[in-house]
Design a protein around this ligand. Structure first.
Ligand code: GLA
Length: 389
C-alpha cells in the first residue's frame, strides 16, 4: 500500500484532530480466473480477492458532515448527510457517497463521518478498485453504526452504490469477491442463486501474473451498459418464442440459431460468447479439481478469443499481450480480465519464467504501443476486514 497502517492512522489524527481514533478497513481488489461478462447474465464467475486493496480510516462525527480525503490523489471532498448525490463523472467520492446512500435507503439513521482513503489497487486496471472502496465503506459503516448486516447484504449494497452513483450497471462479481474473498481460494459463484464454493487455488510454482496495458478503459462504462442491453435483447427474442426463459442462463446455442442469429448476427455473437463462457468455466472448474492447470489455461485462451472476437470488449493492447505469451510454454493460460477496453491480462505462469518473459515482452510492448507495461504477481488473500496498525 502507498501508506503503512501506522501512517494512515497518524495522517487521520493530523487531519481530524478533534475526532475519535478511527477504525481501519481493508477491502481488496480482485482477479477473475475465467467467466467474464457472465455475472449480469446470471452465469458463473471464478474470482478471488488479492493482496492489493483499498484502505479506509474512518470515524463518526457528532454532526452531519461527511469529510473525505483521497490521500493518493491529494484531493478532499466535503458534503452533508442530507445532501447526498452523485458528483461529477466517475469521481472517487461517488463510491463512498453511493455506499452511504444505501444505508439511508434501508432506513438506517446515518451520522456524519471523517474518512481518509488510500489504495494500491491501480485505477482503471480492471482489478475493481471501485468495488474495493464501496465494500470498505459499507463494511466500515456497518461496523461503526452497529447495523448488524450480513456480508451478502453488504455485497448487494456495494453493487447498488456502483449502479446509482457511478452509473455502471455492473454485475455482482467484483463486490462479491472483495467482500467474500478467502486466502488461497477462488470463489465459484453462481450469479443466479448466489450459491458459492471456495475452491483451493494454491498452485505451487504457478503464479498469477497481471500485465497492465496501462490503457485506461474510458469506453468501458458506456460499452459495458451496451453489452448488457444486447444480452437482454437476445433474451427477449428467445423469450418471445419459448417459455421459462429469464436470462442467458436458460438459453441454449440451438435457441440462438433459431431465434437470434437471423435477426442480428451481432447480438447472436454476444449471447453465444456468454453461453460458451459459462461452459468453459464449469469445465475449467473440473480441470482445477483434477489439478489439470494446463487444460484450464487453454480455456482461458478460449475465453480471450471470445471476448475479443465475439463480445468485442478487448483492444489491440490486450490482444497483443495475449498473442505474445501464447507460444511461451511456461504460460499455461492468459486472457484479458474484467470489463475490458484496457486494464490487465491475467496469466498463469511458472514462477521462474516470469522475469525472462518480462525482459522480452515489456520493451517490445512499450516500443510498439508507446505505453508503459507494468506488472504484478498477485496473491490470493482474504476479503474485507478490519485491520489494526
Ligand atoms: C466489471 C463488472 C463486473 C463484471 C466484469 C466483467 O468488472 O463490474 O460485474 O461484469 O466487468 O466480467
Amino acid at each position: 500500500m502507498s501508506l503503512s497502517l501506522q501512517e494512515l492512522q497518524a495522517d487521520f489524527k493530523q487531519h481530524f484532530s478533534e475526532s475519535l481514533k478511527p477504525i481501519m478497513v481493508r477491502s481488496p481488489g480482485r482477479v477473475n480466473i475465467i467467466g467474464e461478462h457472465t455475472d449480469y447474465n446470471e452465469g458463473f464467475v471464478l474470482p478471488a480477492a488479492i493482496d492489493k486493496a483499498a484502505y479506509l480510516a474512518i470515524s463518526l462525527r457528532d454532526d452531519d458532515q461527511i469529510r473525505l480525503i483521497a490521500k493518493d490523489l491529494n484531493e478532499s471532498f466535503t458534503t452533508n448527510v442530507a445532501d447526498l448525490k452523485p458528483v461529477g463523472d466517475a469521481s472517487w467520492p461517488n463510491y463512498i457517497l453511493g455506499s452511504v446512500a444505501q444505508f439511508i435507503k434501508r432506513g438506517v439513521k446515518i451520522k456524519g463521518f471523517n474518512a481518509i482513503l488510500t489504495s494500491d489497487v491501480p485505477m482503471g486496471a480492471g482489478l475493481s478498485s471501485s468495488a474495493a472502496v464501496e465494500c470498505a465503506t459499507v463494511f466500515a459503516l456497518n461496523e461503526l453504526l452497529q447495523v448488524g448486516l450480513d456480508r451478502v447484504t453488504m455485497v448487494h449494497m456495494a453493487q447498488k452504490a456502483e449502479h446509482e452513483f457511478a452509473g455502471v450497471m455492473c454485475g455482482i462479481m467484483d463486490q462479491f469477491a472483495s467482500m467474500m474473498g478467502k486466502k488461497d481460494h477462488v470463489i465459484r459463484l453462481d450469479c443466479r442463486s448466489l450459491e458459492y464454493v471456495y475452491v483451493p487455488f494454491s498452485l505451487g510454482s504457478i503464479k498469477i501474473l497481471l500485465l497492465n496495458t496501462n490503457v485506461k478503459h474510458s469506453l468501458a462504462s458506456s460499452e459495458y451498459n451496451t453489452r448488457r442491453r444486447e444480452c437482454e435483447t437476445a433474451v427477449e427474442w428467445v423469450c418471445a418464442n419459448k417459455q421459462g426463459i429469464q436470462s442467458l442462463r436458460d438459453v441454449t446455442l440451438e435457441m440462438l440459431d433459431e431465434f437470434v442469429l437471423k435477426q442480428s448476427p451481432e447480438i447472436d455473437q454476444r449471447a453465444r460468447y456468454v453461453i460458451e463462457e459459462n461452459t468453459r468455466l464449469l469445465e475449467g472448474c473440473t480441470d482445477l479439481q483434477k489439478g489439470d492447470i494446463s487444460s484450464l489455461g487453454k480455456k482461458m485462451f478460449g475465453s480471450h478469443h471470445g471476448l475479443s472476437a465475439m463480445y468485442h470488449v478487448s483492444c489491440k493492447e490486450l490482444d497483443w499481450l495475449v498473442d505474445h505469451v501464447k507460444n511461451n510454454d511456461a504460460v499455461l493460460g492468459a486472457r484479458m480480465m474484467g470489463g475490458g477496453f484496457g486494464g490487465c491480462t491475467i496469466n498463469l505462469i511458472h514462477e521462474d519464467a516470469i522475469q525472462p518473459l518480462i525482459d522480452i515482452v515489456k520493451p517490445a510492448y512499450e516500443e510498439v504501443m508507446g505505453l508503459p507495461l507494468t506488472y504484478y504477481v498477485a496473491t490470493i488473500e482474504n476479503g474485507t476486514e478490519i485491520v489494526t496498525a
